[in-house]
Design a protein. Structure first.
Lengths: 391, 100
């Protein structure tokens, strides 16, 4: 019988929520890495027992943890005593060193809040995206924004410097949450194509496995930047894609819900009848590529749900026409946020949808959003939610 | 034998209970102690000082013999009481270090 495993990263540790295919009764495991911020955890599609975790702390910096048994045990991949050529232990799983060679074209600064140029400084890993085919290959989106890759199961990391080096880097600037690369989408039909998104620079695409990149922001309109239609500078919050239609992308921007049907070359707004089109999450139904979900947030100044009601909005037409999903969700006095990586879907016959809140609740729907129940109510603030569907 | 006290999160990471004891060749300095610590517990590399610059992370402090040694040169000799193992070298998370 199928099972689902929900991987939850919070401000104070990681939790693993497990259930059978009915998704009614849940076992809660955790906290793992108690007291640490877990920005993201994700399982390998090629080996579901392989799970990667981004573990961070204001005191101790970045760590990468890995499990090879579905979350029962963990290790820091570079943590074994392995002496390098300099006589020091390698210990590189948490070493994210920006590439400074950049083919003779070093890029070392980006735009700071005051408009001056500022050097790149590594802060944390926001998102880990395991390869679709190889359990040992995994991508990391980091702050300050850059894309790293490991081909040895997170023992060591190398930057894919073409992203920062393509020319617009000096115009990138941090959003309120920092200058983070938070979205990584791997095209299942084209191994060379990767989409990424950065706050606040925008969306980018490579078609050659990360060597060269192009900004894909045409059609985005952001009133808070000097040129609202600029090629660079948009605060993209999240992008989602259905694996059967990788040219169609759905974006929750700072304000505006957008879609593209040409691999990001052009975007059109599909906010339609949403009560507010500010938000962070966006996701796609596992079996219906035109059914999408967002959670509208009141505004950029008030990061909580609109009117004190926790409502997921679903469009069955790829946007513009939205319905509020409220059954089982609090409809008064609710002031939580749902952060950009905190929604996911399973791939069971009846698609399950999951999201976590800054109030520590993780909600699940076993009927594509028609009704919801809390799996847990009192976790630390949820930073990320991922789901593994296990056979 | 040098004695080192780690904050609880780093004890968990290093999988140790209580004090860590290290063989450190003379002269016993901050750098020598941290080199020995990271050699014995590689998972700690990058958590106390930056991988590349080897600078102390901003929200950690080094104490010994009731003195704050955080701003001392990493190559300055540590107090004799630390070098002899009479007193521990303390690595402490700053009270105001985290945002949550």
């Amino acid at each position: 019988m199928s099972k689902v495993r929900v991987l939850v990263g919070t401000r104070k540790g990681a939790f693993i929520l497990s259930s059978d295919g009915k998704r009614q009764n849940w076992e809660v495991s955790g906290p793992h890495f108690a007291g640490w911020e877990i920005y993201h955890m994700k399982g390998s599609p090629a080996d579901p027992n392989r799970i990667y975790v981004s573990q961070t702390s204001g005191w101790f910096g970045q760590l990468i943890q890995r499990s090879d048994d579905g979350g029962k045990t963990w290790s820091t991949p570079g943590g074994a005593i392995e002496t390098g050529p300099d006589g020091m232990p390698k210990g590189q799983s948490n070493k994210f060193a920006y590439d400074t060679s950049n083919k003779g074209k070093p890029l070392t600064t980006h735009q700071w809040y005051d408009g001056t140029q500022h050097p790149w400084e590594f802060k944390r890993v926001w998102h880990l995206e395991p390869s679709l085919k190889d359990p040992d290959t995994v991508y990391a989106g980091v702050e300050d924004a850059a894309l790293f890759q490991s081909k040895d199961g997170a023992h060591s990391w190398q930057e894919l410097p073409g992203l920062r080096g393509h020319g617009t880097g000096p115009k990138w600037q941090p959003g309120a949450g920092g200058m983070c690369l938070h979205t990584i989408l791997l095209d299942p039909k084209n191994p060379g194509r990767i989409y990424i998104a950065i706050s606040a620079a925008g969306a980018f695409r490579t078609d050659d496995g990360g060597e060269t990149w192009k900004p894909i922001n045409r059609g985005l309109h952001s009133q808070y930047i000097p040129d609202p239609r600029a090629e660079i500078g948009h605060c993209v919050h999240h992008i989602a894609m259905h694996p059967s239609r990788p040219n169609t992308l759905f974006m929750q921007k700072h304000w505006d819900v957008m879609r593209s049907d040409d691999g990001g070359d052009n975007w059109t707004e599909v906010s339609g009848n949403l009560p507010t089109d500010f938000g962070f999450v966006v996701d796609v139904h596992a079996h219906e590529p035109e059914t999408i979900y967002v959670v509208p947030i009141k505004s950029d100044g008030e990061h909580y749900v609109h009117e004190g009601k926790l409502r997921v909005y679903r469009s069955r037409k790829g946007g513009n026409e939205w319905e509020a999903l409220t059954k089982g969700l609090p409809q008064k006095d609710c002031y939580v946020n749902v952060l950009r990586d905190a929604m996911a879907v399973d791939s069971l016959d009846k698609c399950g949808v999951y999201f976590g809140t800054t109030g520590g609740q993780v909600y699940a729907s076993a009927d594509a959003g028609d009704s919801w129940m809390p799996i847990v109510r009192d976790l630390p603030a949820v930073l990320s939610v991922e789901v593994q569907t296990l056979s | 034998m040098i004695r080192v006290e780690l904050p609880s999160h780093l004890r968990t990471l290093a999988k140790v209970n209580g004090e860590v004891r290290l063989e450190v060749p003379a002269p016993v300095t901050q750098r020598a102690v941290l080199d020995a610590l990271e050699a014995q517990y590689p998972a700690l590399r990058g958590t106390i000082r930056d991988h590349d610059t080897l600078k102390r992370r901003a929200f950690l402090r080094f104490f010994a013999c009731e003195e704050d040694l955080s701003h001392e040169s990493p190559d300055a000799p540590l107090p004799e009481a630390v070098a002899s193992g009479k007193e521990p070298f303390l690595i402490i998370g700053a009270v105001a270090g985290g945002k949550s």
